[in-house]
Design a protein around this ligand. Structure first.
Ligand code: DGY
Length: 323
């Protein structure tokens, strides 16, 4: 029996590429550079499955075809805001993602960022490496206490809950959450959390705010200048979810004018481009989209895509169906 043909848009961990090559007729984008819309359109005519990831842009123009051979997009990652789902649906292409397997590592990184910005870790390291450290003194690089502070979590899915687990049980933080739907009482009790109805009502109550909701058009600029003004002076914003959630221009202004204490970002609106105004801000920690970047998680993500493609081509239910 012929194996389904599958394209990986980027290089994956070697163990998973090997496993995929045994199961499928596999083609890998050896250049490991993002494919263009024209590349994707050509791939949709040639492969049974295409596996994109967050660095790809699959907007409406990519799906502007009369028909496609591709029947499934096995997305390597949980977020799918880089894929025009309505356009995929029109071409009758299914989409799967990789939930669960990256929740712990992404929450670990969100907690890392929270600690880094609160305790001025980036500034301290830059000072030391540049030879600017003159020695210990009582007023040197004074940061903000994390233990016992109030953390607001926007989006209380798997990653938001993993963040609450770390913050509440590891650092004794008080947890407030805002979520699209009403959360079951037992979920809130598990993390000692209180649900707040709206983002506007949550922001003024928090010392730290961490974003864990989906990106996409509906949540674009969820944190804009008006909402940054609602944050406490001295409060910190952490974003490990999606760049489009934050208006970067408004954030840069809030950082430069000191209307909030600082921010810590792992994701950006036009990755890998970073606005100059952000690059120069000292009260900002920035990482290059590392949330899921551990060996075990990146392998697990690949295996999760493989499970979805196997189920699809075996005619079984898609375990992680997005559409
Ligand atoms: C995802 O899974 O959406 C991440 O952003 C990639 O790590």
């Amino acid at each position: 029996m012929t194996k389904p043909s599958v394209l990986l848009s980027r290089r994956w961990p070697a163990t998973v590429e090997r496993a995929m090559a045994e199961r499928f007729d596999l083609t890998v984008n050896e250049t490991d550079r993002p494919l263009s819309p024209a590349d994707f359109r050509a791939a949709f005519a040639r492969f049974d499955a295409v596996c994109p990831t967050v660095s790809d842009r699959l907007g409406p123009e990519v799906f502007d075809l009369p028909a496609a051979r591709t029947r499934i997009l096995g997305n390597y990652g949980v977020g799918v805001s880089h894929i025009d789902l309505d356009a995929a649906r029109r071409l009758q292409i299914s989409v799967s993602n990789t939930p669960d397997v990256l929740s712990d590592c992404t929450a670990d990184l969100a907690m890392t960022l929270l600690l880094m910005i609160a305790r001025r870790v980036g500034e301290g390291e830059r000072q030391l490496r540049s030879g600017g450290w003159t020695g210990w003194h009582p007023t040197h690089l004074i940061g903000t206490r994390v233990s016992g502070a109030t953390l607001g979590i926007i989006g209380f899915g798997r990653i938001g809950q993993a963040m609450a687990q770390r913050a509440h049980f590891g650092f004794g933080m008080r947890i407030l959450v805002q979520n699209r739907s009403k959360l079951p009482e037992e979920t809130l009790i598990r993390y000692g959390a209180t649900q707040i109805d709206t983002v506007d009502a949550l922001l003024p109550q928090c010392d730290f705010v961490s974003l864990h909701c989906p990106g996409g058009a509906a949540n674009r600029h969820l944190i804009d200048s008006r909402r940054l003004d609602l944050m406490r002076p001295g409060a910190f914003l952490v974003n490990t979810a999606r760049g489009e959630l934050v208006d970067e221009h408004a954030l840069a202004q809030a950082l430069w004018f000191g209307t909030i204490g600082g921010a810590a970002l792992d994701v950006y609106d036009r990755e890998p481009a970073i606005p100059d105004a952000l690059l120069g801000a000292d009260n900002l920690v920035m990482l290059p989209h590392l949330g899921s970047a551990t060996d075990r998680t990146r392998e697990a993500m690949g295996l999760r895509v493989m499970d979805n493609l196997s189920a699809f081509f075996d005619g079984r239910r898609l375990p992680d169906r997005v559409i």
